[in-house]
Design a protein around this ligand. Sequence first.
Ligand code: UD1
Ligand code: UDP
Length: 355
Amino acid sequence: MDILSIVGARPQFVKAAAVSQQLRGEHDELLVHTGQHYDAELSEVFFDELALPEPEFHLGVGSDSHARQTAAMMTELERIVDDELPDVILVYGDTNSTLAGALVAAKSPSSPVLAHVEAGLRSHDWSMPEEVNRRLTDHCSDLLFTPGPHAKATLEQEGITDGVFITGDVMYDTLLQIRDELHTNGVDAGDVPDEYVLATVHRAKNTDNRDRLEAIIDAFDRLDTPVVFPAHPRTVAALHEYGLWDRATTATDVIDPVNYGRFITLVEGANCVATDSGGVQKEAFYLDTPCVTLRETTEWMETVDAGWNALVGANTTQIVDAVRAAADPPAKPDLYGSGNAATRIVRHLEQQVES
Ligand code: UD1
Ligand code: UDP
């Protein structure tokens, strides 16, 4: 089986690491890096740390408007698909790199099988570009791998019933593997206090709106517990643009994005995580750290229903109250599989594509 895997942004490196490990050796995988993320701390560090193979193709598209960025990816991807004629095109999650890969695959005259890892998730917030990307990708896909039964039911409600398989969450695979290595080899969490809140913010809805970003920073400022804040470059740029940088650095310990091992060590050691990330909500859950989500909606509702995640939006009082109240609920259900999603995905690909 010839597979073309498409990645481009930080969370996709974490997801693809697990699947690529299972694919290589048994099948021919070509990895495409669109170049959506290009700073070493958002890209290269993950390849080194997660033993992701060097991409066979690097498109180098960089940052741009949604249309120009997606179009640049599609132009290059179409050429690669026409040349390589893969059996399968594998896309991950909900970024512009995901959508570009999906549209090219769906319209390719060579009709590759389009497989979507992390299918069936919905925030129901159409103002988020990720919601557009994930819905369109699902509706183009031939094979849809969902992290749990809720996502499968969502697809059913939208009329997608063929080619849907519950596999579990590939991010859990990567997390378990790296955590085991870290526990064996030890890791330096860096210079952090014994008690801290770990914060990340990067969603356009929060960074592109001064009032929301200010409300979040104000909340961090009001907390008694110190806040460690590995900041995405778009957030750093927004804080400077809005004149909020000095307040942010007073309210929190703003640091550069950190590598994966250090990040999950920080999640594990935190009293609470405050984030608008999708992946980090789940990682907090896996690592038994309560999460406060700086959004009004989430595609990971099961973590909220289980009591491990609180949706507070960008409301200062609600953020402060939720962080202060954060505590481990008494029970932790299995929500997204047991850490063998990549094996299951590859098995389904073999059954569906090679038969
Ligand atoms: C993208 C995804 C988002 C995902 C996130 C993971 C889309 C629409 N958004 O958001 O779903 O959660 O990645 O982190 O696909 N920048 C840099 N260096 C880089 C990359 C970006 O400085 O290496 C800055 C640029 O100013 C750029 C901005 O960040 O304009 C936004 O980058 P972009 O990739 O468009 O979106 P993210 O916010 O990273
Ligand atoms: N992450 C990391 N270092 C950081 C922040 C995040 O390694 O400083 C990892 C995190 O563990 C998770 C992924 O990046 O696996 C999440 O990416 P992000 O929050 O950017 O994207 P999202 O999941 O919201 O799409």
